[in-house]
Design a protein around this ligand. Sequence first.
Ligand code: ADP
Ligand code: MG
Ligand code: MG
Length: 250
Amino acid sequence: MSLNIQDLHATLENGTEILKGVTLEIPAGEIHAIMGPNGSGKSTLSKVIAGHEGYIPTSGSITLDGVDISDLSIDERSRQGIFLAFQYPNEVPGVSNANFIRAALQARLPKGEEIDAVAYYKNLYAQMDLLEMDRKFTARAVNEGFSGGEKKRNEILQMIMLDPRYCILDETDSGLDIDALKIVAKGVNSMRSADRGMLLITHYQRLLDYIKPDYVHVMSEGRIVRSGGPELALELEKDGYEFLKEAATA
Ligand code: ADP
Ligand code: MG
Ligand code: MG
């Protein structure tokens, strides 16, 4: 069981190649972090995995538990168990948070099966308590008027409720104060499980103080150029990405 990316190349619609051969395997049960300078292709990788339009895989493969998903639509990949945090529309006017998540769960059930409303709200409230979210957020329209921190917490709530097999979080830490960061980390840590893999993309090491990855990878110019344990993140925090330039001129 793994999310397996092999020698993945991908371009933008204008033909510019952004991913230049990414190889990365995230077995279920592990948390992998990708770090790297701005513009190295981290967000592009997450979008290509999730199946966003405008990001075109040209060679290589993306397989989910052995099944190639690179031709599936974004919705189909999500039904197969991929969740990319912070990809959803910022606001969904007129649709309450509770109904939005319920509709997403309902959409995955076989025809004729209904969500058990009592169990649904019990779980929703338990997860909101974990994320220290006020109950009033259930009735409010999705993200409407939410602060940056509230939006991120809400997205973690959606992720927990959807219970995906592979989670990708892109720059979850940006714009969060330390208290919000700790709460988001608590939510993510609550999802650690032997049958779930996670990919955390972050520009800074700070998030990894709260969510301990099994492996850290460095991305540069569309490739993974270094991999190591959690200590690699600390080393990068101390020394920065200077080694990339040295390697390029060597
Ligand atoms: P990172 O997340 O590591 O900062 P990105 O994947 O966002 O890097 O970007 C990698 C490169 O691809 C950058 O040069 C960026 O400008 C370019 N890029 C990504 N998406 C688009 C897009 N939709 N249109 C034009 N350029 C893009
Ligand atoms: Mg960027
Ligand atoms: Mg990015």
